[in-house]
Design a binder for this molecule. Structure first.
Ligand code: PMV
Length: 313
């Protein structure tokens, strides 16, 4: 059997994080500048059923059977074997390498799952369709934060901009013009699970206030969906910044995220907000070609550890 490889992009949420957990609309796009890659090679000297896992970024190199039962890589492999009804797969070596920062809101967990599921199913000669890849990655996502909306596995598996709403058909879309985003990392790692459960506690304490915030975010996602398709960068930016203010009210921003958002806006960004679970991780800024450089410089001088440029055309 020849070696098989599969790669998945990272992702950013343009609007709607957190509210999306409560079945409101959100928009996410893939980020191809960062990737998770899985390579599978046969292990000819090992018996059928033997699987060795090497996760380069985690300094992990161990037999699959020795990983904890809830290990996300183990889960991704076993769910794939289960979905394909394979009892004893030919012995294989699974190597995973990712350039997607961990716990930064860029979807590293979902990207690794998608790459592993694609590679394993392809290696076994039964590549799974995209909806199955996404559904299996969703099962693994539950390990990361309990009540995932499913947006990460969806945008990464489909590798397309999507308007996402839990329980509704996915709406992939094409932008009506060029959009350039800068993604800036605060360098603070924040667990999605904790941010999501913090919002849940506050929602339980004051459901009316939080339902209203979720509704307002849902409306912004709907408006941004129109502006993105119309190629209207100015309005898209405005909806993003308004979304950041609502996320601040939800208690998921932090001083470093706010500082980067303000720096971006002061230097000409069309819109800026935190992206992902918040509490740290990344923020995004929508920029014109003219301001891209000055915004990037401002982000760096205000403490951004890394700035990635991505876009839609
Ligand atoms: O994985 P992150 O940090 O991009 O967060 C996902 C977005 C949330 O809306 C906060 C959670 C979810 O499941 O949608």
């Amino acid at each position: 059997m020849p070696a098989i490889s599969a790669s998945s992009p990272g992702k950013i949420i343009l609007l709607g994080e957190h509210a999306v957990v409560y079945a409101r609309r959100a928009i996410a796009i893939p980020v191809s500048q960062v990737q998770a890659r899985t390579v599978i090679t046969p292990l000819v000297r090992q018996p059928a059923g033997y699987i060795q896992v090497q996760a380069v970024n985690l300094q992990l190199d161990a037999p699959l059977a020795e990983l904890p039962a809830d290990d996300p890589i183990r889960q991704a492999v076993e769910l794939t074997l289960g979905a394909l009804n394979v009892q004893r797969a030919p012995a294989m070596h699974i190597r995973i390498h990712s350039s997607i920062p961990i716990a930064a809101g860029l979807g590293s967990g979902a990207a690794v799952s998608v790459a592993v599921i694609r590679a394993v199913s392809t290696y076994l000669g039964k590549p799974l369709p995209v909806e199955d890849v996404s559904a299996l990655a969703y099962e693994v996502e539950k390990t990361y934060h309990g009540t995932p909306s499913g947006i990460d596995n969806t945008v990464i598996a489909y590798h397309q901009p999507v308007l996402f709403q839990k329980g509704q058909p996915i709406q992939p879309f094409s932008p009506g013009g060029k959009f350039t985003f800068l993604i800036a990392d605060t360098g603070i790692s924040a667990a999605t699970r904790e941010q999501v459960s913090g919002v849940r506690e506050r929602w339980q304490a004051d459901p009316a206030a939080y339902e209203s915030l979720f509704d307002r975010i849902d409306a912004l996602s709907g408006q941004a969906f129109q502006s993105l398709q119309a190629g209207d960068t100015e309005m898209t930016g405005r909806w993003m910044t308004e979304n950041h203010h609502l996320l601040q009210q939800m208690g998921v921003s932090c001083s470093q995220l706010d500082e980067l958002v303000n720096a971006a806006l002061e230097h000409g960004a069309l819109g800026a907000k935190l992206s992902g679970a918040g509490g740290g991780g990344n923020m995004i800024a929508l920029v014109s070609d003219e301001h891209a450089r000055s915004v990037e410089d401002a982000l760096r001088s205000h403490g951004a550890r890394q700035v990635i440029q991505t876009g839609l055309e």
